[in-house]
Design a protein around this ligand. Structure first.
Ligand SMILES: [Fe+2]
Length: 290
């Protein structure tokens, strides 16, 4: 059974306990999440000016769209302001800034129709983030910039929380991904040739869950949840923000979600920065997870 908790005021450790149990935590926007979403909207509006970012794909060739989307995504990720706004979100949620680490925030653009689903707008097939070498202690934070509908949302497949999915994560090597995969993103137009970990068999959509939320509403979920980019049939490009957090004590004490089927090489843990001062994470050998 997967629980969905709406707007519960929980302390950080209680939230993580629920997330590691497979529950989804939903929070309506607050001032800090709205500010982060507004920041994304403002950068997107600038990048696609004078067009409305949600409809710009109607007026742009795929190549011209990528020319704007690529730098927009990099700017959002690397902008100091974005990191400060993520930190404000963590403060609003009562996270301990010295114990909490986050990785680079990302802006995702999912065009509608069959326009582009690779490279800068890769439509993630069903996956668990831990297939991509994320730690099981990772908490994912996902929020729309512009409101989403079920036709332009993210899909969860809760029935697979405790059910193994045959997959190719054992062929995923995070170090190689960093060397090769990311650099290729803007050159992947017709199809994505990067070595994503994928399910070996079709995924049952019987339990598929899509949450239609509005600007700045947060979905918090475990890196071990099977999820995907839903095909966007809504007539607008989806803009969403996501980032991931780790708590030092979870890593040190081996807490996290169960791992039912993930066997990648390497770990993303070195990408995390401390929420207080954005200092890179220091990884004592005791932190290395099996
Ligand atoms: Fe993911």
């Amino acid at each position: 059974m997967i629980g969905i908790h709406l707007n519960h005021e929980l302390d950080c450790s209680e939230r993580r306990r629920l997330v590691f149990n497979g529950d989804l935590l939903l929070y309506s926007r607050n001032a800090a999440t709205a500010a982060l979403a507004d920041h994304a909207i403002s950068l997107a509006s600038e990048a696609f000016a004078p067009m409305d970012p949600q409809f710009a794909q109607e007026e742009l060739s795929v190549a011209a769209f990528i020319e704007r989307a690529g730098p927009l995504k990099s700017r959002f990720t690397n902008d100091l302001r974005t990191k400060e706004l993520v930190r404000d979100v963590l403060v609003a949620f009562g996270c301990d800034l010295d114990e909490t680490y986050f990785d680079v925030p990302r802006l995702r653009l999912v065009p509608h129709g069959d326009y582009l689903s690779s490279g800068v707008s890769y439509a993630y097939k069903a996956h668990r983030d831990i297939w991509y070498a994320s730690p099981t202690a990772q908490v994912n934070w996902w929020l729309p910039a512009f409101a989403v509908t079920t036709e332009r949302a993210m899909s969860f497949f809760p029935e697979y929380w405790s059910k193994a999915v045959p997959n190719s994560s054992s062929e995923f090597d995070y170090d190689e991904w960093c060397r090769v995969g990311r650099q290729l993103a803007t050159s992947q137009v017709d199809k994505d040739t990067r070595k994503h970990p994928l399910p070996a068999d079709p995924i049952s959509t019987e339990s598929e869950l899509r949450i239609a939320s509005t600007k700045g509403d947060v979905i918090m979920f475990s890196a071990a949840h099977l999820h995907a980019t839903a095909a966007n049939r809504s007539g607008r490009t989806r803009f969403s923000i996501d980032f991931r957090t780790l708590n030092r004590s979870d890593i040190e004490q081996g807490r996290g979600a169960p791992n039912v089927d993930s066997r990648p090489s390497g770990s993303t843990i070195g990408d995390f920065i401390r929420a207080r001062d954005f200092a890179p994470i220091q990884i004592p050998s005791a932190w290395q997870q099996p």
